[in-house]
Write a new protein. Structure first.
Length: 252
């Protein structure tokens, strides 16, 4: 049943990459299945009738996902990766909206802005932890996972990563966020903001969990751009230009 194992690996790559390109997918499918029919008919013990080895096809798929996830981690994990990007910028927790409004009225908005900046800096510091988790999740994909990705919506791979990674990523990011908030003065900034706010008469009590807020919003930002990378890979796997991807996706 060697040919069946080969079929699964090749279908795995095809299904995951070309959902959004129906015509291209059909062409690839016909090309691959024709090769597999030849393989089955000849009963050869090797893969000489298949233009590309199963290991090359599998490696190319993993490489595309790995490069995509690394792009996201490098983008968001740098200075201003979150802070200067309107799509993923981390705002103050909703619990502090009243605090911000009150301090703005008395000319202390700079204190609140400084706290918001430090929240984004904490997310940027914690994001690199995601790299190893993406690699692990990619390596653990099963055939059933691939079928669900193929039959699901255009962000199916992203949803797979969310399911596999969210708990571990949260646990990895939390101590870094907490430590960074302390080291960059986020805790002190929060205490200063709350001190000024609480000194005002007749204001309601508020409290916010800064660490949880940054972790949750940080993960939202990571998966937001993972979905963007997935869409780009589905539309054009050659956008990730390496020798292996050129060989696999440029040869048919």
């Amino acid at each position: 049943m060697k040919w069946l194992n080969t079929f699964f690996v090749l279908f795995f790559v095809m299904a995951s990459m070309f959902t959004s390109q129906a015509y291209a997918s059909d062409e690839w499918w016909k090309n691959i299945t024709d090769q597999l029919k030849t393989k089955e008919e000849t009963k050869a013990d090797d893969l000489s009738t298949v233009n590309l080895s199963t290991s090359e096809m599998g490696d190319a798929f993993k490489q595309a996902l790995k490069i995509g996830s690394e792009n996201v981690v490098n983008q968001l994990g740098g200075v201003d990766g979150f802070n200067a990007d309107a799509a993923v910028h981390i705002p103050l927790p909703k619990e502090l909206e009243t605090v911000k409004a009150m301090l703005d009225q008395v000319g202390l908005s700079a204190m609140v802005d400084d706290l918001e900046l430090k929240l984004n800096r904490a997310a940027e510091a914690a994001t690199p932890k995601a790299k190893a988790l993406f690699v692990q999740s990619i390596s653990e994909m099963t055939f059933d996972d691939v079928m669900q990705i193929y039959e699901g919506p255009q962000d199916s791979a992203t949803q797979y990563f969310k399911q596999k990674m969210s708990q571990s990523l949260s646990e990895e990011m939390e101590p870094i966020v907490e430590g960074t908030l302390a080291s960059v003065g986020g805790v002190q900034a929060y205490d200063a903001v709350m001190g000024k706010y609480q000194s005002m008469p007749f204001v309601p009590d508020v409290k916010a969990n800064l660490t949880k807020h940054v972790v949750d919003k940080g993960m939202e930002g990571i998966f937001y751009y993972i979905a963007k990378e997935e869409a780009a890979i589905r539309q054009d796997p050659m956008k990730q230009t390496t020798a292996l991807l050129q060989k696999v996706f440029g040869s048919n």
